[in-house]
Design a protein. Structure first.
Length: 111
């Protein structure tokens, strides 16, 4: 299967973990179960940050409820907090790119 790019809203950040949610009916959920290795890219202006790691699905119930209650769009899409699958990306490495400098600046971090 070819890799796919997906748009996800990071709903919570704790230490070296990013949390997001999806529907258990979506193809992306099955793909993450099959291959939990992912990369996320964020960009603002000439600065980009790439994070990579593995997705885990063992998000505690209190964090699931916090995510659901603090992201108002979720209640418009899902009737209850437990209608979704919650994911945690444990970030293992970060690449920081600054394209405003000449030459461009790159920093790599292994966590």
């Amino acid at each position: 299967m070819r890799p796919n790019i997906r748009v996800f809203q990071v709903m919570l950040i704790r230490e070296h973990a990013l949390y997001f949610a999806t529907s258990p009916k979506k193809q992306v959920y099955a793909q993450l179960l099959d291959n939990p290795a992912v990369e996320i890219l964020g960009m603002k202006g000439n600065i980009s940050v790439r994070m990579s790691g593995d997705v885990a699905f063992d998000v505690p119930e209190e964090i699931q409820k916090e995510i659901y209650e603090t992201n108002s769009i979720l209640s418009d899409l899902y009737p209850t907090y437990d209608a979704m699958v919650y994911c945690r990306l444990d970030v293992k490495s970060i690449d920081y790119y600054d394209l405003t400098t000449r030459p461009p600046h790159l920093e790599h971090y292994d966590l």
